[in-house]
Design a protein around this ligand. Structure first.
Ligand code: GDD
Ligand code: MG
Length: 363
């Protein structure tokens, strides 16, 4: 990848509950959801590795015990991984402070911090170099979005200095937002109070700016996505399968469809638009699946049309059903002739009878 900084340590924030992704996150934490065929974090780990990161401390809380079985000591990724768990969630700042106990870095060293739900094409090495060159306290990766109200709004002056940090403000002053990847000078992490609930977005960053420390913005316009909502999660998987963001962790060639081992796709089915088909999943003849995520052991029956949707583990979409922009929970059955659209979520194990839901506006 573009440029690397060997030996860099990182903290990965993975303790959030992923509430916006329910029911997918009822049994699996957001960072472990299968995305383009592998747990989401595999893409972030592989990219960090490619930029020279060698040691990553996971800051875990929600479903903390599920991370180590998934990634172990990191050897399979060419990384050394450690797991630091909060007894109760400490917020983003408290989590960083807690995880930092496991770092080897000295007070003046740069430490990379990553939100665990971001796909980003930016050059991490370049961000770290900008941080070092300006001797910043913290350097924030910034990107631009259409709706900044859902993010941390980050205005900067002409030198790149961050002048305010406005988390989820209804009145954003710029479209430039916090992209969830920080370089902290280690001593700045140590100044976060230990064992307390702290938000970096609402407390640490505004506090550093107020006290005159250099908080620097590193802005770019490469690929960027927070996969924290169902629509964004599906988009992330689709973009990885299509190759819109390069990931060393993609378990196959890029293309219209990525099928895992044991998937059975009828030659008379149309599966395209960056769809990921899980292990042993079945797509029957005459079905159309576009830009979607079919998890392991799921079934799409003949004549069904699935678009921009997630079909959970072992779930079944019956014949002639339309599923668009929807989430079907694990093990759910959507009976024949239904139309599910507009962000509908079917809870795990639910069995929807034949023709129970239709959208008259679309008929
Ligand atoms: N360990 C731990 N403990 N991790 C946590 C906790 C906690 O108490 N709370 C949140 N996290 C982790 C989440 O797992 C996620 O990886 C990251 O911190 C950010 O939390 P989200 O819940 O995804 O926040 P957001 O998307 O609403 O906003 C954040 O990300 C935006 C960019 O995507 C903020 O940093 C915004 O300022 C930013 O714009
Ligand atoms: Mg997020």
């Amino acid at each position: 990848m573009e440029s690397s900084l060997p030996g860099l340590e990182a903290i990965l924030l993975v303790g959030g509950q992923g509430t916006r992704l329910r029911p997918l996150t009822l049994g699996t934490p957001k960072p472990l959801l299968p995305t383009a065929g592998v747990p989401f974090l595999a893409h972030q780990l592989a990219r960090a590795r490619a930029f020279g990161v060698r040691r990553i401390v996971f800051a875990t809380s929600y479903k903390a015990a599920m991370f180590e079985p998934a990634f172990g000591d990191g050897a399979a990724f060419g990384l050394s991984l450690e797991y630091m768990t909060e007894e109760s969630p400490l917020g983003t700042g408290g989590a960083i402070r807690n995880a930092a106990e496991a770092l080897d870095s000295g007070p003046g060293d740069p430490v990379l911090i990553l939100n665990g739900d971001i796909l980003s094409g930016h050059d991490i090495g370049d961000q770290v170099r900008a941080h070092l060159a300006r001797r910043a306290a913290v350097t924030l990766h910034l990107t631009e979005v259409d709706d900044p109200t859902r993010f941390g709004c980050v205005p900067t002056d002409e030198t790149g200095r961050v002048t305010a940090f406005l988390e989820k403000t209804p009145n954003p002053v710029t479209n430039r937002i916090n992209a969830g990847c920080y370089v902290f000078t280690r001593s700045m992490i140590d100044s976060i109070p230990c064992g307390e609930v702290v938000s970096v977005e609402r407390e640490t960053f505004p506090g550093l700016i107020k006290s005159g420390e250099l908080v620097l913005g590193y802005a770019d316009r490469t690929y960027w996505l927070d996969v924290g909502t169902p629509a964004a999660f599906v988009q992330g998987s689709r973009d990885l399968v299509l190759g819109r963001l390069d990931s060393p962790a993609l378990p196959g060639p890029t293309g219209e469809c990525l099928a895992l081992d044991g998937a059975r796709i009828s030659p008379e089915a149309k599966v395209r638009g960056g769809t990921a088909v899980g292990a042993r999943a079945v797509v029957e003849a005459g079905a159309t699946v576009t830009g979607s995520v079919l998890l392991d052991d799921s079934v799409v029956e003949s004549g069904a049309a699935v678009t921009d949707a997630v079909v959970g583990k072992g779930a079944r979409v019956c014949a002639g059903t339309v599923v668009r922009d929807a989430v079907i929970g694990d093990g759910a059955v959507v009976g024949p002739g239904n139309e599910l659209r507009h962000g509908v979520r079917i809870w795990p194990g639910v069995e929807l009878p034949e023709r129970a839901v239709r959208y008259s506006s679309d008929v």
